[in-house]
Ligand binder design. Sequence first.
Ligand code: ARG
Length: 564
Amino acid sequence: MDFKLELADKLSKALSISTEEAYAGIEIPANSEMGDYSFPCFKLAKTLRKSPNIIAKEAAESIASEGIIESVESLSAYINFKLKKTAYVQNVIEEVLEKGALYGSSDMGSGKNVVMDYSSPNVAKPFHVGHLRTTVIGAALYNIYKFLGYNAISVNHLGDWGTQFGKMIVAYKNWGNKDLVEERGIKELVSLYVKFHDEADKNPVLNDEARNWLLKMQEGDGEALKLWKWIVEISMKEFNAVYDRLHIQFDYFTGESFYNDKMWPIVEELKEKNLLVESDGAMIVDLSEYNMPPCLILRSDGGTLYPTRDIAAAKYRKQQFDFYKSLYITGSEQKLHFAQWFKVLELMGYEWAKDMDHIPYGLVNLESGKLSTRSGNVIFMEDILNEAVNKTKEIIEEKNPGLANKEEVAEKIGIGAIIFNDLYNSRIKDVLFSWDRMLNFEGETAPYVQYTHARAGSILEKAGDFDYSDADYSVLTDDASYEVAKLLYSYPDKIKEAAERYEPYLITRHLVDIAQAFNKFYQDNSILNSPDAEKKARLKLTSAVKQIIKSGLALINVSAPEKM
Ligand code: ARG
């Protein structure tokens, strides 16, 4: 039941505004003493030619306290509503339990394709902690959009082409060992890459050789392509291992190489549209009119560049998916890159350029201090995941050594802690990577929320099966229980807001709020020892909380173990 809609309906009649306008204006007062919902009248002063206080007063007097409304009062420019608590709580809990895992979902996105480009690590380079953010933010947005009925399409734009491959091939041919590469994977490739740079400093001829191999790749030379493919495979094995542990799948792995044959038509088109100009032998699109440096399209040696590939990829995606939106999740240092080539598409006359969004995010700061990392220092994701799980195992050994499936639970908590920590603040803020903080079972963390979920589960398990039909909801009108119900009710709105603002943290925080409110409820009320009709109502609330925590955690890709 949509209480807000019921209030909006009354407001629309009292204020002669549309229901939509009324609905959009309804707020939740910071101080719950004021009421459960309120409507500020400031904006209406101009059209109604009255002071906001008078508008609020007159409207409050004209709205009857009926249906779900317990009372309506005005306070300065606000119309404040209090709802009938028992009916409210009953409605919310029953709806949550009835809709089950679908509570909060929607079909608002039906028929709309949203392409999401995220993770996209670079082949032969480590999947490092800097790629963590794009991966977890992207995966969360993907889940959120799907939940709202959009047809989300995830694309991994692997960095699988470019100068580094010429160097890799030279290094491998000179100093590489097949078995060692197959055994050590990317770590070995990175060592070879480092060796290449050391040697090339002494012997610059190596750079020419590397350029030659890249040229061979571009010309389709068999040996060059075979080596390139092998290097991609070695890298993919490791990327997939990380994705598996994070429970992330991609609909498409179309890396930069995929666009090799799709760039020349773009270059031609830019020429035809008189957008390409020469500058020091390179070809660029001049963007000075828009206060941006030029967008580089062709290098002086004819090689194509990162923006050229992105333009080709965007056009391909539009043709392929006819997207409603196309999103790119990368670090904020790429802001200019996206602004530039979005502008180029616009200049090419594509009105759908406005449907593309760059979604930037801040750095990961390691606790040890100065290390700000996005790509600089190499800290392998796999090592981080292992460390999280090992640390969690130690905590479990200490807290609950008799737990069944310790390994499996540790994996869920450890990895969940990393993801949750990453999604705890607005994405543009830097993330502090602190083990103590993210693994604190009493903090605003995954383990805390997961633990609350398991606690709710154990209460329900102890209660066993019984007939809930005559639950007495009037016992859920105390502050703690009522607060829980309100948070459950606003969960669907949080999901929509998270999608609209591309901010998964709104869900993460909401889950912490629910867990905290539930734990307060648990402290304030006896559940299993209360009289039958009361017990049933409290168990229903417990069950609704458990379900929403599980659903919300799943949206941000965190598992909810039944026991921990
Ligand atoms: N491979 C790039 C990096 O690691 C990210 C690619 C992002 N996607 C794109 N279409 N430009 O920084």
